[in-house]
Design a binder for this molecule. Structure first.
Ligand SMILES: *[C@@H]1O[C@H](CO)[C@@H](O)[C@H](O)[C@H]1NC(C)=O
Ligand SMILES: *[C@@H]1O[C@H](CO)[C@@H](O)[C@H](O)[C@H]1NC(C)=O
Ligand SMILES: *[C@@H]1O[C@H](CO)[C@@H](O)[C@H](O)[C@H]1NC(C)=O
Ligand SMILES: *[C@@H]1O[C@H](CO)[C@@H](O)[C@H](O)[C@H]1NC(C)=O
Ligand SMILES: *[C@@H]1O[C@H](CO)[C@@H](O)[C@H](O)[C@H]1NC(C)=O
Ligand SMILES: *[C@@H]1O[C@H](CO)[C@@H](O)[C@H](O)[C@H]1NC(C)=O
Ligand SMILES: *[C@@H]1O[C@H](CO)[C@@H](O)[C@H](O)[C@H]1NC(C)=O
Ligand SMILES: *[C@@H]1O[C@H](CO)[C@@H](O)[C@H](O)[C@H]1NC(C)=O
Length: 515
């Protein structure tokens, strides 16, 4: 009687043990990851949804300008001396407008950015500062004509003198606010056929930096006004309700599932997210690369896994931009298709490390690089007398990702815009200047999780660690129950002596575990 009850107790406790192990190894993690998925997927009921729709805190948008300090020397053929000024800090607000849900678990939306100057963070710099920079729009016009029909250049330059008022050299004296947002006026009025050609070229290529004036008489050139307030998209993004590892991936942009600009299937691939949202990281299978799609440069970029690092007292995966991303095609043959177009007489688009010709993307001969030619060929540095000092800590692009939720703890994207300054003997303004890649400015788009959200995240991590502890406690309890049951059974069939101290100790305490 006693023995059979003891056996029943043992069997039950054994079943409990099996159940708790299954639960601990499979059930709990499943439930937890389901809960996390519910909270991060893009759906009205998820915790992340509101933050996704409207970023709760603005990002930092910082611009550093290369002020040219020896214009006269450069005009005589001297090496440029530059002085970096910045950061000019703007708050970048982002808002999404959902257009609807699409097939394959996607959501379609428009993205709207909005910038506000942050006087305090800009520490003494104002938008009224006067700077001297390379005249990007002028160089763009001259280079375009020079590459299309070199014989036309002297003629075109006559026209440009009308187009660009007070054209004396390839440099632009400008107020910072005009360079960034308000714009510098370019006059298209006039009965000059060459002028018509330049303006027609701009009209047909519609570079984002050229904003037609309201009266239709010309254009305003500015670097960022097209980003402010205008809706961009539509984007189609994976919502992660079916497969959480796909969360945030962009599958189409402007209703195309690849970028046509590069004329190549590989280079046109739209990979990864818009870098504001990432899927949780599977610790058993940590991705080596994380992709993000950058519409401003018409391509996907990636950061490479560096390892696990602690930030804000949390453990995160740290990714950094690797030099292979903008490598010369000899170093990374995959980059071949990004060099469809030569950007200089001397350089086929990808012979040189660390630059990306944006011509196919923006319709203007702008060249992207990392700030101060970080990770780029040293040959580029030789062009300057001073002012270009690549520095990993200041100029790298990176991201820290919380593996549990995929939330970005801290990250920065840094990119520089350049244009070639080319010696063209038939153009008076360019007949003595040295030929080389000339930087205009670089920008940093970054964000760090603010303390309030850090605490929120830490609280949810703590909760998870309790759940984690609970799952092993249950197993421990089950093991103990089995042990107790084992002893009871053993005693019932008289294998163990009754008066063993340690066993009676277990038994007298063990009763509590039965329930
Ligand atoms: C930029 O350099 C010029 C001289 O080359 C100087 O007059 C001007 O004040 C500088 N701008 C700023 C904002 O420092
Ligand atoms: C959905 O996914 C399938 C398989 O990946 C693909 O063939 C199909 O084109 C996708 N549908 C749309 C509308 O993108
Ligand atoms: C962006 O646009 C808004 C509204 O048109 C304007 O108020 C704001 O000043 C602009 N931001 C910048 C930095 O020009
Ligand atoms: C052009 O130069 C003239 C005389 O040097 C000056 O009065 C005028 O304001 C300048 N115009 C512009 C747009 O800089
Ligand atoms: C440079 O180009 C601007 C237009 O972007 C033009 O108005 C200006 O006159 C040029 N600057 C100089 C110094 O030639
Ligand atoms: C896009 O992603 C695929 C697979 O993840 C990768 O093989 C390819 O190199 C990426 N393409 C680009 C242009 O980065
Ligand atoms: C980091 O965590 C440790 C222990 O968890 C704690 O003692 C310390 O105060 C925390 N530091 C910060 C800056 O939160
Ligand atoms: C680029 O320039 C090189 C050498 O100057 C030339 O061999 C090549 O054909 C050019 N490529 C294109 C696409 O123009």
């Amino acid at each position: 009687m006693l023995a059979s009850r003891a056996k029943l107790f043992f069997s039950c406790s054994f079943v409990f043990l099996i159940l708790s192990i299954v639960l601990a190894l499979w059930g709990f993690p499943k439930i937890v990851s389901k809960q996390i998925q519910k909270n991060v997927q893009i759906e009205e009921s998820s915790q992340m949804y509101d933050k996704w729709l409207k970023m709760p805190i603005p990002m930092d948008f910082k611009v550093y300008i290369f002020n040219v300090t020896n214009v006269d020397e450069i005009n005589e053929g001297g090496k440029p001396k530059l002085k970096e000024i910045g950061p000019y800090v703007y708050k970048e607000y982002r808002e999404r407008t959902v257009l609807g849900y699409g097939p394959n678990d996607t959501v379609k939306y428009m993205l709207k950015k909005h910038f506000e100057f942050d006087r305090e963070a800009s520490a003494g710099l104002t938008e009224d500062d006067e700077v001297i920079v390379i005249n990007l729009s002028y160089m763009a016009a001259v280079l375009t004509v020079n590459d299309m029909m070199p014989a036309m250049v002297p003629l075109i330059n006559k026209a440009l003198e009308q187009f660009f008022s007070n054209l004396t050299d390839p440099f632009l004296r400008v107020r910072v606010r005009d360079l960034f947002f308000d714009g510098v006026f370019l006059n298209c009025e006039g009965d000059n056929s060459a002028l018509g050609l330049v303006c027609g070229q701009i009209r047909s290529q519609t570079p984002p930096t050229m904003r037609p004036s309201e009266d239709g008489k010309g254009f305003y050139f500015s670097m960022f006004s097209h980003m402010n307030r205008s809706e961009n998209g539509p984007y189609a993004m994976v919502r992660g309700t079916e497969n959480i590892r796909e969360l945030g991936h962009i599958v189409s942009y402007k209703d195309k599932d690849s970028m046509p600009n590069w004329g190549d299937e590989y280079c046109g691939m739209i990979n990864g997210s818009d870098s504001s949202i990432f899927p949780p990281i599977d610790e058993a299978n940590v991705p080596e690369r994380i992709y993000s799609f950058e519409p401003d440069i018409c391509r996907s970029m990636y950061v490479s896994l560096e390892g696990k690092r602690s930030i804000f007292n949390m453990s995160a995966y740290y990714y950094e931009m690797h030099e292979s991303a903008l490598a010369a095609k000899s170093a990374n043959p995959n980059n071949r298709c990004f060099c469809k177009k030569n950007w200089s007489g001397n350089h086929d688009g990808c012979l040189i490390m660390g630059v990306l010709n944006l011509h196919p993307c923006q319709g203007a001969p702008a060249i992207a690089s990392f700030p101060h030619y970080y990770l780029a060929s040293e040959e580029l540095l030789e062009y300057f007398a001073e002012g270009i000092n690549p520095d990993k800590e200041k100029h790298k692009s990176f991201v820290y990702i919380d593996p549990v939720t995929g939330v970005v703890l801290s990250g920065a994207k840094r990119l520089q815009f350049n244009v070639e300054l080319r010696n063209i003997p038939s153009v008076p303004q360019l007949q003595a200047v040295p030929t080389g890649l000339f930087p205009l400015l670089w920008l940093e788009e970054g964000a760090s999780l603010p303390p309030s959200l850090q605490e929120e995240l830490q609280a949810s991590h703590r909760l998870l660690s309790y759940v984690e502890a609970a799952r092993w406690l249950v197993v421990a309890a089950a093991v103990l129950t089995v042990l107790v049951a084992g002893v009871v059974v053993a005693r019932a069939i008289n294998i163990l002596p009754r008066n063993n101290n340690s066993v009676s100790f277990i038994l007298s305490n063990g009763n509590g575990y039965k329930g």
